[in-house]
Design a protein around this ligand. Structure first.
Ligand code: C2E
Ligand code: MG
Ligand code: MG
Length: 584
């Protein structure tokens, strides 16, 4: 056939270009049969040139519907050229990835006659691309899927709407120490060994094992059967990884902590799942490592609230969200039967939180001690209480009501509490003799130093020092008596055996005889403590007095002062003022 005519070009020039072309070429007729092919194409497909002639193109490639449609458009003359990415079949069976450009060749009258396919082998480039892609989604050290592939798969798992999904998020315990003591190469070997164990055990089950970074790994269960499957898996991870490792002749022992989350796919997101697993992992760590913890929404909420309170506390103090309430302290040694006389008050701080309502100090004092916010907060309570005390004194000069303020250990270490007290007493004109400071035993025990010096300085100013919650700590009376301490506040737990209401409940559990012994023992202890304290020159305040019976027994035991709901709860300063009005 006369190609020259068909192509409107010189035959020799076309033949040369066709035969010697570096890329594969074929001329295809309207019946999809190859009528000419060049050596480059033949070589690409593992055939000889004659072998290709008259072949149907379907022998060499699969033609999908879409490709067929555009090809027909080309044949009808609606297009002049199409480009496709096609996988051709090599005679040896493997695939040859190609970019194919097909042009329409018309006859002398302009009617479509043949198509000319130019075929470029891109397999090599594609293999390189695959490799680059593989490297981009795998961790080079352990060859495990990396974080990016993990999130890809996770998104895939979330596409299956009504499945359950589970995730174990794990981290090696003390990995930094292993790195530091045994060297980074041993650390690396350990990570590889961990990856191998995880992959061998879990990948076969269809779970995804990924390295999330550092010494963190994840095992994703895309179709979980329920929480039990995940807790069993977590248990397995912990024991699997705790078996000793032989690394370059060294025997290394390592453990892992695991955070476990398992839930239905609807109602959660990939980000939630990973965040919660990570938070749960931190509980496994803080609960003692080498263990797993299961996600607990209450605990998360708690932790979130804690964090929220921690970060908003100081601005809240500036905004005036804190307030002080005052709980009556009464004398037990007045006329028996007569109304106990109000002698003082304990200042107790509250946080009027715009969102959570009035928060008790148990919710935020611990946090304040951790963050250090207790220093400005404690100073503010002290100033507020002294100013209030001054106001009561101004209204009722004879009342001599003392004010007892709690001090946290950190106020001794992180601020000059002596200077603060002196300054506040000066600015509020509240007499030092009416100020009492409450410290826990643990705050004054421990290494001598700053707190002890401060204690002496405060006592020298005329301020009274009370030991709060006595009986819950060391209860080292002999030691305390050598300090400038004036008052023991007996913890409310001593009064358990004094309580009428407790009789039946405790008796039901322990038996009446045992209860009676317990009650007797508590009374004996209180009696002995009071006598000892008095002998050492201390007065005794009983905390948590809730009933008349307890009050009577404490009075009989010689307690000097009492505090508790029986006498009055913590209240606003105006309510204290009202208590002062009638008599004084
Ligand atoms: P605390 O110093 O031992 O204060 C006594 C606590 O016992 C108060 O709880 C009080 O409301 C409670 N209470 C009083 N009477 C009774 C009773 O009859 N029965 C029972 N079950 N409880 C009674 P609150 O106000 O919740 O204070 C808790 C703790 O918070 C205080 O214990 C104190 O350690 C701390 N705290 C309160 N205010 C401050 C403060 O300004 N600074 C510091 N550092 N700590 C404070
Ligand atoms: Mg107290
Ligand atoms: Mg107390």
């Amino acid at each position: 056939m006369d190609l020259v005519e068909a192509l409107h070009a010189s035959e020799t020039r076309f033949r040369a270009a066709f035969t010697d072309a570096g890329i594969g070429m074929a001329l295809v007729d309207a019946e999809d049969r190859i009528i000419e092919a060049n050596p480059a194409l033949a070589e690409m497909l593992g055939h000889s040139v004659p072998d290709l002639i008259r072949r149907h193109i379907h022998d060499l490639l699969e033609v999908e519907e879409e490709a067929r449609r555009v090809y027909l458009e080309l044949l009808r003359g609606e297009r002049d050229r199409i480009r496709l990415e096609k996988r051709l079949k090599h005679r040896g069976g493997h695939a040859v990835w190609t970019n194919v450009t097909i042009s329409l060749i018309r006859d002398a009258d302009g009617r479509p006659q043949y198509t000319l396919a130019m075929v470029e082998d891109v397999s090599e480039a594609r293999r390189l691309g695959d490799r680059l892609h593989y490297q981009a989604v795998h961790d080079p050290l352990t060859m495990l899927p990396n974080r990016s592939l993990f999130f890809d798969r996770l998104a895939g798992a979330f596409a299956e709407a009504d499945q359950r999904i589970g995730l174990c998020y794990l981290d090696l315990d003390g990995f930094a120490a292993i790195n530091d003591t045994l060297g980074h190469h041993v650390g690396d070997d350990l990570l590889v060994a961990v990856a191998e164990r995880l992959e061998q055990r879990f990948a076969a089950r269809g779970h995804l094992v990924a390295r999330m970074g550092g010494d963190e790994f994840a095992v994703l269960v895309p179709r979980s059967a329920g929480p039990e499957e995940l807790t069993a898996l977590a248990e397995e991870v912990v024991s699997l990884l705790s078996a000793p490792y032989d690394l370059a002749g060294q025997r290394v022992v390592a453990t892992a902590s695991v955070g476990v989350v398992e839930r239905p796919v609807p109602g959660t997101t990939p980000t939630d799942l990973v965040r919660d697993a990570d938070a749960t992992l931190s509980w496994a760590k803080s609960d003692g490592r080498a263990r797993w913890a299961f996600y607990d929404p209450d605990r998360i909420a708690n932790q979130t609230t804690r964090q929220l309170l921690a970060t908003t506390m100081l601005p809240a103090l500036e905004r005036g969200e804190f307030l002080v309430e005052y709980q009556p302290l009464v004398s037990l040694q007045g006329e028996p039967g007569a109304d106990a006389a109000l002698t003082g008050v304990e200042a107790l701080v509250r946080w009027q939180h715009p969102e959570f309502g009035k928060l008790s100090p148990d919710r935020f004092i611990g946090i304040a001690e951790e963050t250090g916010a207790i220093v400005p907060l404690g100073r503010w309570v002290l100033e507020t209480a002294c100013a209030e005390g001054r106001a009561w004194l101004d209204r009722f000069p004879g009342s001599e009501l003392f004010v007892s303020v709690n001090l946290a250990a950190r106020q001794f270490w992180d601020s000059d509490v002596v200077a603060d007290v002196a300054e506040i007493l000066g600015s509020t004109r509240f007499p030092a003799r009416l100020l009492q400071l409450e410290l826990t035993e643990s705050a004054v025990m421990g290494p001598a130093g700053r707190p002890l010096e401060a204690l002496h300085a405060l006592a020298a100013m005329g301020v009274r020092i009370a030991i709060d919650d006595f009986g819950t700590g060391y209860s080292n009376l002999a030691y305390l008596s050598r300090l400038p301490v004036h008052v023991l506040k007996l913890d409310g737990s001593f009064l358990e055996g004094f309580q009428e209401g407790a009789t039946e409940a405790t008796a039901a559990v322990a038996g009446p005889a045992r209860y009676a012994r317990r009650q007797a023992a508590d009374e004996q202890i209180v009696l002995a403590l009071v006598q000892l304290a008095h002998a050492l020159g201390l007065t005794v305040t009983a905390e948590g007095v809730e009933s008349a019976l307890q009050a009577d027994r404490l009075r009989a035991a010689g307690c000097d002062t009492a505090q508790g709901w029986h006498f009055g709860r913590a209240m606003a300063p105006e309510a204290i003022l009202a208590l002062l009005t009638p008599d004084q």
